[in-house]
Write a protein that binds this ligand. Structure first.
Ligand code: B12
Ligand code: SF4
Length: 637
């Protein structure tokens, strides 16, 4: 989108990105947002479509066209590029679809629509899908969409429009030449690997750093390190750039484990690369072949081990739900995941989503089924209007459906998927137990064990978070088994912290869904005596015998048992984001105050604790607790 904004600006158009100010949940929300878009008085509105947000875009356009029927609506992006014809047939509200990379074609289309140059012939706009003006039922497709050979010729994306500086992603290159059967990106970018030049990437980094003062930049590309020579030059270039700066820029990227070597990883780390994302997908060599990922899993382990041991945060992603996956395949995947977690890499999993434009879609789209459980590419929470819409058409909304397996039950896969996605919360425990696990895991049937446990807990309505409960039971059973085999007290402390973190995280995420739309609590400028304290529900205090703070907060740091201080330690455990929960140390003085905190007027809190801390210090403490998200300060009434 940022790249498109700059291309439009170069062509003389004023364009902006619109982000709804509220989460879209009810029919009313779509109407509200459509009105908000309409009142901006645009001459044309474009929607970027990804599988997960495609229904949202359509629901919005339907409302929008009721308000401003004459304003042309253009759809683009990976989702509609693959199902342009079907989309145009089904949704008459959409006027144009631009397939593929639209940096050059979007300005051309606008010049045609607004008749700006008098010269643009609609038939010459590549990658365009539109209705025949004389027969609306006829859909016309122009030539194949172009791909940009020389990415350096594109204008610099409008990075200044970024609102969240913590997640700045720099468009480093496009196109992956591999042929994984579930992936839609390779085809979208014509499977042509292209990178911006090292000089250009560094220029963009420099711009971002000087204009936006960012400290972390994600270099966007599916397989950034495919060209080893280029990667070396890039690392050397960024290292030099950083050496000349007062504050270095840290960067992150995605790649394949067979497109890196240990030397490359070291070079990348030295230049400031601090996180990498690798799709591993399956621990089964048979499935690796079937899905044409073809990774050597031993090579993957070695490279990831190297990256983690340097101090990089490594995320490894897996998929389950391929049609002919067997119990043995999943067992291998689970073992691979545990090995990764023991090394300190962070595993995540998705249930297979069948994306338009993929070989799997071509083969299986007619076999898809719907069960409303969509934890793959589309997130786990579906607003009612979206649910109603996706149920109507599996070809258009395939990513919300699932492909029934030949051997395994869908519910079992959903459960495994949820368990794996919670593992990251227990990384410190897994890492600290790795000396035992390494021996035990090889011969232990993990899949069967998890499925047996799930049947006990999943249908128990008295358990609010069955997956966390089940996962913690599995770990607890294992700890019991280890009790006579050298289990140490500090290991139990780490588990206690992880477990509390896990509960806080899921509670927090549930609360976010409930509160979506309501917005965050307003913090008063000044805390006065007549304000009220309201306790927020997602924090807890734990007391342990070892100082585990640094290790639990940073599971990739090297753990040294000898470095653990013994004593009495108290920590507040609380979520700081959607996927991070941290520990904060509590002084003895503040412990009793916070332990006895309940909903009460500020004045009562001050009076109750005046023998321990003075008024000013007490108010500072309340401010701190508000900022951390442990309490809300509300005006009375
Ligand atoms: C970086 C990235 C992310 C980042 C940042 C996302 C963000 N919001 O900025 C993170 C990690 C957060 C992420 C998350 C997700 N991602 Co992602 N992501 C990517 C990735 C690797 C790069 C995107 C990019 O910058 N591409 C480069 C730019 C230049 O290309 P582009 O965005 O496609 O835009 C061009 C064209 O599409 C077109 N275009 C785009 N918009 C529009 C609009 C109009 C009107 C027009 C005319 C043209 C047009 O013109 C642009 C310029 O040429 C792509 C894969 C890829 N290589 O593209 C996946 C990809 C986009 N992600 C994908 C998915 C599914 C997701 C998630 C849903 C995954 C999940 N289960 O959580 C989430 C959704 C997050 C969210 N709410 O937005 C899928 C989408 C699949 C599909 N068919 O729709 C992709 C294609 C990966 C894949 N193969 O599966 N993602
Ligand atoms: S999954 Fe990754 S490696 Fe495979 S084709 Fe897609 S982008 Fe390339």
């Amino acid at each position: 989108m940022l790249a498109l904004l700059s291309s439009l600006s170069d062509a003389g158009y004023v364009a902006d990105i619109y982000k709804p100010g509220k989460t879209l949940i009810s029919d009313k929300d779509y109407l509200y947002v459509a009105k908000d878009i309409a009142c901006r008085k645009c001459r044309s509105v474009g929607f970027s479509t990804w599988c997960h947000s495609f229904p949202d875009a359509i629901l919005l356009v339907r409302e929008l066209k009721k308000i401003i029927p004459a304003v042309p609506v253009i759809f683009g992006g990976p989702q509609v590029s693959a199902i342009d014809r079907e989309t145009m047939v089904e949704f008459p509200e959409i006027d144009y679809i631009l397939r593929g990379e639209a940096d050059q074609s979007l300005p051309l289309l606008l010049s045609y629509i607004f008749n700006d140059s008098n010269k643009t012939d609609i038939k010459n706009i590549p990658g365009l899908t539109y209705r025949n003006p004389s027969d609306n039922s006829k859909i016309i497709r122009t030539s194949e969409p172009p791909f940009i050979h020389e990415l350096d010729t594109l204008p610099i994306p409008a990075y200044e429009k970024i609102t969240d500086k913590n997640t700045l992603r720099l468009d480093a290159g496009r196109g992956c030449p591999f042929q994984c059967t579930y992936c839609s990106t390779n085809q979208f970018f014509s499977r042509k690997y292209r990178m911006k030049s090292v000089e250009r990437i560094i220029k963009e980094m420099d711009d971002c750093q000087s204009k936006l003062s960012v400290e972390h930049i994600g270099l966007s590309h599916d397989t950034l390190t495919l060209d080893k020579k280029f990667t070396k030059e890039l690392s050397a270039g960024i290292k030099k750039f950083n050496s000349e700066k007062e504050k270095p820029v840290f960067w992150t990227c995605s790649s394949r484990t067979d497109c890196v070597t240990k030397d490359m990883i070291t070079g990348m780390y030295d230049s400031g690369c601090r996180a990498m994302f690798f799709g591993i997908e399956s621990g089964s060599p048979r499935i690796q072949k079937k899905i044409r990922k073809n990774l050597d899993l031993e090579e993957a382990n070695q490279n990831i081990h190297h990256a983690v041991s340097l101090g990089m945060k490594v995320t490894v992603s897996y998929i389950i739900g391929f049609t002919d996956e067997t119990e043995e395949d999943i067992e291998m995947t689970l073992k691979s995941i545990l090995v990764m977690a023991m090394m300190g890499a962070e595993p995540q999993m998705a249930l297979l989503s069948i994306l338009p434009g993929t070989p799997l879609y071509a083969r299986h789209v007619d076999q898809l089924e719907y069960d409303g459980k969509t934890f793959g590419m589309t997130g786990s929470f579906l607003p009612r209007p979206v649910m109603r819409m996706v149920k109507t058409d599996q070809k258009l909304f395939s990513s919300f459906y699932y492909l029934p397996g030949n051997y395994l039950k869908r519910d079992d896969l959903v459960f495994i998927n949820n368990i794996v996605n919670l593992l990251f919360l227990f990384l410190p425990t897994i890492k600290v137990l790795s000396k035992f696990l390494r021996k035990d895991v090889a011969n232990f049937p993990i899949y069967r064990y998890i499925i047996r446990m799930s049947s006990i807990y999943m249908n128990n309505r008295s358990i609010s978070f069955p997956e966390i409960f089940c996962l913690s039971e599995i770990i607890r059973t294992y700890l019991g088994y280890l009790s006579s085999k050298g289990l140490q007290e500090y290991m139990l402390d780490i588990y206690k912290a992880d477990l509390t973190k896990a509960y806080m995280q899921v509670k927090f995420n549930n609360w976010q869904y409930q509160r979506a739309g309501e917005g965050l609590p307003v913090k008063p400028e000044k805390i006065s005596d007549d304000h009220n304290i309201k306790i927020l529900p997602f924090w807890d205090i734990i007391s342990v015998k070892y100082n585990i703070l640094q290790y639990v907060n940073n599971p990739i740091s090297d753990f040294h048992e000898q470095g653990l201080q013994k004593g009495n330690f108290h920590y507040v455990v609380l979520p700081v984001s959607e996927n991070q929960t941290r520990l904060f140390e509590l002084s003895d003085k503040h412990l009793s105050l916070i332990k006895n905190l309940s909903d009460m007027p500020v004045l009562r809190f001050l009076e109750q604790n005046q023998s321990i801390i003075g008024r000013n210090e007490a108010k500072q403490l309340l401010r701190k607790l508000t900022n951390l998200g442990m309490i809300e300060i509300k005006t009375s009434g």
